[in-house]
Design a protein around this ligand. Structure first.
Ligand code: M6R
Length: 450
């Protein structure tokens, strides 16, 4: 080692901050880790390097031509908490708006377009188990369970293997019929949910191959699974799960595409087309997030209603349930997610003058049917917020209270976009009420007890 007292840090792509303390320096991707030691920081530009050595001032140079750059030392005026929130007042909003980036982090290194393959380190050596599975069982709780339900629609469509999505809290106690020809997938953001962990242990006892989809890779669920697929979406702090939900759906979708292609259910052309479309998702998410102000304006109605309903068909149904869950947990009002086609079997009786109803009607094969269910609630007095996707055709349905259109994409990717207005709706409804959005009452981020 020629210069043992010297550290060189270079920036290319990802951020790099140097904390300048009293006789000490800190290197991090942002200021939060060193804020408790110094609030003086230098942010490197791309293609700059910092040469840090004991007893010498900070030396910054351009990598290309070794030109000296005089360091601009900023005095940070923000506190630790604000820095972590990246300028947002709430973690939840920050995490909602991080989704374009988080989605990229989830698929980074997995979609090898040039080679026409999907690589999923962690399961590559075990693909035979997935290809030969007689059944896939998904266990999860809350929002993670909704991600599993969306996957059920997509796996059954593209892989043609039966999928069962189970609440972990029910599955673990009901002596389920399982054997080692099944594959179990446990989904958990925290990787610490007690019920999901117990469900996984039950499967292991029955000699099933266990795969977990987690955000926290050091977690108990990850450590106790045979295989792990991380969602890599960065720390999620808000109790309401947002970016982890889209990350979970994405990992499940990528896994589905891979199995479907290997089983020859889709050909190479179709496979490549789907991957190409998938790579547009971050941009489409970003564009869709611009509906925020429209939603903010109507959130008052949901915040002050005595209850609301969220309706959808196909995979829009689990997204409807997810929207209702978000509103319940943040805004403390009753909300129910229901399959649009089931309303006439009971819940239609709940519809009365002025009740807000969200109808998710993407222009997929269910579109006409969902619009007709929507008219059933409108004619009973519901105030309908219709969420669909952009198209050259106008929506020809009458007496809709408000319409929000997400971007255009393939049917399989619509769940990602339909989710966004619902996350924003829950956020602004709770903000309207002045509630603690990041820490709703009675709830915890990781439910480590039963
Ligand atoms: O960490 P997990 O994904 O296992 O957590 C499961 C649920 O507790 C969680 O998704 C919960 O429903 C969220 N707070 C909903 O926003």
């Amino acid at each position: 080692m020629k210069k043992p007292n010297e550290i060189v840090a270079a920036r290319l792509g990802s951020p790099l901050a140097i904390g300048v303390g009293e006789g000490e320096f800190f290197i991090a991707s942002d200021a939060s880790p060193f804020l408790e030691y110094t609030n003086n920081a230098v942010y490197l530009e791309d293609e700059e390097m910092a040469i840090i050595s004991l007893h010498n001032p900070l030396n910054i140079r351009k990598i290309k031509d070794d030109r000296l750059v005089s360091p601009y030392v900023q005095e940070l005026k923000i506190n630790l908490e604000q820095i972590e929130k990246g300028g947002y007042d709430h973690f939840m909003l920050k995490e909602i708006f991080e989704q374009p980036h988080a989605i990229k982090d989830t698929y980074r290194g997995r979609l090898l377009t040039d080679e026409g393959i999907i690589k999923m380190a962690g399961i590559e050596d075990h693909m035979a188990k997935f290809l030969n599975a007689n059944r896939i069982i998904i266990v999860a709780c809350g929002t993670s369970w909704h991600a599993g339900l969306v996957a059920e629609y997509i796996i059954e469509e593209l892989v043609r293997v039966p999928v069962e999505v189970e609440y972990a809290s029910e599955f673990r106690y009901r002596n389920p019929v399982i054997d080692n020809s099944d594959v179990v997938i446990a989904i958990s953001q925290s990787g610490e949910t007690a019920d999901t962990f117990a469900a996984l242990e039950l499967c292991k006892k029955n000699k099933m191959k266990t795969l977990s989809i987690v955000n926290v890779v050091e977690s108990s669920i990850a450590r106790n699974s045979d295989l792990v697929l991380p969602i890599h979406c960065g720390a999620e702090i808000g109790v309401a799960s947002t970016k982890a939900f889209t990350g979970q759906m994405l990992v499940l979708y990528i896994l589905t595409l891979k199995i479907s292609f290997l089983k020859k259910n889709i050909d190479k052309n179709m496979f490549e087309k789907k991957i190409k479309e998938l790579k547009k998702l971050p941009k489409l998410i970003k564009a869709t997030l611009s509906v925020e102000s429209e939603i903010e304006n109507i959130s008052n109605t949901f915040a002050n209603a005595k209850g609301s309903m969220f309706l959808g068909r196909g995979f829009a149904y689990p997204i409807a349930m997810e929207g209702a869950l978000k509103l319940k947990e943040l805004c403390y009002v009753h909300a129910e997610g229901y399959p649009a086609g089931e309303m006439k079997h009971g819940p239609l009786a709940l519809i009365e003058e002025g009740i807000p109803v969200v109808v998710l009607a993407p222009r997929d094969k269910y579109y006409e049917k969902t619009l007709s269910n929507m008219q059933e609630v409108i004619s009973r007095g519901a105030k309908v917020l219709l969420i669909s996707n952009k198209s050259k055709d106008e929506i020809s349905s009458e007496n809709v209270w408000k319409t929000i259109e997400v971007e255009k994409t393939s049917d399989e990717l619509l769940p990602f976009l339909l989710t966004l207005p619902l996350q924003i709706l829950a956020f602004h409804s709770a903000k309207n009420k002045g509630y603690d959005i990041d820490k709703p009452r009675n709830l915890a981020k990781s439910v480590t007890v039963e």
